[in-house]
Design a protein around this ligand. Structure first.
Ligand SMILES: *[C@@H]1O[C@H](CO)[C@@H](O)[C@H](O)[C@H]1NC(C)=O
Ligand SMILES: *[C@@H]1O[C@H](CO)[C@@H](O)[C@H](O)[C@H]1NC(C)=O
Ligand SMILES: *[C@@H]1O[C@H](CO)[C@@H](O)[C@H](O)[C@H]1NC(C)=O
Ligand SMILES: *[C@@H]1O[C@H](CO)[C@@H](O)[C@H](O)[C@H]1NC(C)=O
Length: 392
C-alpha cells in the first residue's frame, strides 16, 4: 500500500515540475494543498529540520532560528545568525568587481556576519560567480528567488554558510576576469565550471530546501579539503553530473571529508553522481531516488558510504537497475553498506567491505528514520512557498 502511495506521489510530482530547461520553476513540491493543510494541523511530521521551524507562524520574525535547526555533519554552520539582516532589493546591476549596495553580491562579500533576505520575487542572473565570504545566510523564504542563467554560487576558502530556499538553475561557466570576494580584495578568477554551488576548501556549510536543475557542470560539488557539510531537503532534477564529492583520487586532504546527504528528492532527468564520492565519509540518509539514468551513488579512492533508510526507485530501463556503478569492480575494497534502504522496481545494491556498524562511526551523523517514514509522509523537498503569518 505504501509503495503505491509513493509512486502516486512521484507521478504527481513529475507532473507539476518543470519539463524543460527554460520554463519558470513552479512551486514543485506543493502538489496537494489539502494534504498540506492537514499537515499544518498536526504540523510536526518527523523531519527534524522542518519540525524545528516550519510550524512557527512567526517564521518571518524568527528567521534566525533556522540556524539552530541543522543536523548532520554541517550542523555547526551558523551562517549569519550573529549578524544584521541585509535585504536584497536590486536583482539587476551585478558588478562583480565593485558590487553595488542593495545587490546580493554586495551582501555576500562583506566581512561581518549577515543574514541575507529579499524584498520581492526575483530572478538574479549573475555576470560572474558569486564569491561568498564567511558567516552568511542566503534565506529566500517568503519570495520566489532564483539564481539562474549565469554563473552561480562559489563557496571558496570560507566557513559557516547557509543557503536556504532558493532556486538555482541553468548555471553556466564564467571567469577570466576580476571578481571581488571581500571589501578588501578583488582578484583575477580563472574560468569557472558552471556549477550550481561549488564548495572549495570550505567547512561548515548547510544547503537546505533548494531546488537545483540543469547546470553546466555539477549541481553541488565539494572539493579540495571541504568538510562538515549537510545537503538536506533539496529537490534536484534535469541534470547529468549531480554531485561530486572530492575532485581527485590523488588529493589526500579529502580523506577526512564528512558530508551528510539527507531528506533530498532526486527527481526526473538525473543521470549520475548522487553523489560520486572520493575518500572521506558520506552519510546518505532518508533520500528518495527516482529513475537515475546511469547510476545513483558511485565513487573511487576508498570512500566510506553509509546508506540508510533511503528509497531507490529504478527506472524501467533494465540496464539501469543497479543503484551503484554497474560493472565497476573498484568499490569491492570500500566500506559501503546499505542499511534499511528500500529498493523498488527492481533496483539493487551490492554492498562491500565492512558490515558492522563500528566501521561506519565516522560516516554516522544523525539517526536515520525508517524508509517507511518517506512513504507515509508527503515529501516536501526543494524551495517552499512560505507565507507570512502562517506556518510554512
Ligand atoms: C490530497 O490529500 C488528501 C489527504 O491525504 C487526500 O484526501 C486527497 O485525495 C488528495 N488529493 C489529491 C488531488 O491527490
Ligand atoms: C583558496 O585557497 C587556495 C589554496 O590556498 C588558493 O590557491 C586560492 O587562490 C584561494 N581562493 C580564494 C578565492 O581565496
Ligand atoms: C526487462 O526485464 C524483464 C524481466 O526480465 C522483461 O520481462 C522485460 O521484457 C525487459 N524489458 C526490456 C525493455 O528489455
Ligand atoms: C538503457 O540504459 C542504457 C545504459 O545507460 C542506455 O545505453 C540505453 O540507451 C537505455 N535504453 C533506453 C531505451 O533508454
Amino acid at each position: 500500500m505504501s509503495t503505491f502511495f509513493l509512486i502516486f506521489l512521484v507521478m504527481i510530482l513529475l507532473d507539476t515540475s518543470i519539463s524543460s530547461k527554460n520554463v519558470q520553476i513552479s512551486e514543485a513540491t506543493e502538489w496537494n494543498s489539502t494534504r498540506r493543510q492537514l499537515e499544518k494541523e498536526s504540523c510536526k511530521i518527523g523531519n527534524p529540520i522542518d519540525d524545528c521551524w516550519r510550524c512557527d507562524s512567526e517564521w518571518e520574525t524568527n528567521r534566525k532560528v533556522l540556524a539552530d535547526c541543522a543536523i548532520g555533519f554541517g550542523r555547526n554552520a551558523v551562517g549569519g545568525q550573529d549578524g544584521d539582516i541585509y535585504v536584497v532589493k536590486d536583482s539587476e546591476n551585478d558588478d562583480p568587481a565593485n558590487p553595488i549596495p542593495g545587490t546580493l553580491r554586495y551582501g555576500v562579500i562583506q566581512e561581518e556576519p549577515l543574514w541575507i533576505i529579499f524584498d520581492h520575487d526575483m530572478v538574479i542572473t549573475l555576470k560572474e560567480e558569486l564569491m561568498m565570504n564567511s558567516y552568511k545566510t542566503i534565506d529566500g523564504r517568503g519570495y520566489n528567488i532564483q539564481i539562474a542563467d549565469g554563473p552561480c554560487i562559489t563557496i571558496q576558502n570560507v566557513s559557516n554558510i547557509i543557503i536556504h530556499n532558493i532556486y538555482i538553475r541553468d548555471c553556466v561557466p564564467g571567469g577570466n576576469t576580476m571578481v571581488r570576494d571581500s571589501p578588501k580584495h578583488v582578484g583575477m578568477r580563472g574560468y569557472s565550471d558552471g556549477d550550481g554551488i561549488s564548495i572549495f576548501g570550505s567547512r561548515d556549510v548547510w544547503i537546505d530546501h533548494c531546488t537545483l536543475a540543469n547546470c553546466r557542470d555539477g549541481l553541488i560539488d565539494a572539493v579540495v579539503g571541504s568538510t562538515s557539510i549537510t545537503i538536506s531537503n533539496n529537490y534536484m532534477l534535469h541534470h547529468n553530473e549531480v554531485m561530486l564529492m572530492g575532485h581527485s583520487d590523488d588529493f589526500l586532504d579529502d580523506k577526512n571529508m564528512q558530508v551528510t546527504i539527507a531528506f533530498n528528492f532526486f527527481g526526473e532527468g538525473l543521470t549520475q553522481r548522487m553523489p560520486r564520492c572520493r575518500h572521506g565519509y558520506f552519510h546518505i540518509v532518508n533520500n528518495i531516488y527516482t529513475g537515475w539514468e546511469m547510476y545513483a551513488i558511485g565513487g573511487s579512492a576508498n570512500p566510506t558510504i553509509n546508506s540508510q533508510g533511503n528509497i531507490f526507485i529504478a527506472s524501467d530501463n533494465n540496464s539501469t537497475k543497479e543503484e551503484t556503478i554497474p560493472g565497476d569492480e573498484e568499490w569491492k575494497n570500500w566500506n559501503w553498506r546499505s542499511d534499511g534502504d528500500v529498493m523498488l522496481n527492481g533496483a539493487f545494491f551490492t554492498p562491500s567491505g565492512e558490515t558492522g556498524p563500528q566501521s561506519y562511526i565516522k560516516a554516522s551523523s544523525m539517526v536515520a528514520r525508517p524508509a517507511s517514514f518517506l512513504t507515509n509522509t508527503s515529501p516536501s523537498a526543494g524551495a517552499l512557498y512560505c507565507q507570512r503569518g502562517i506556518p510554512c
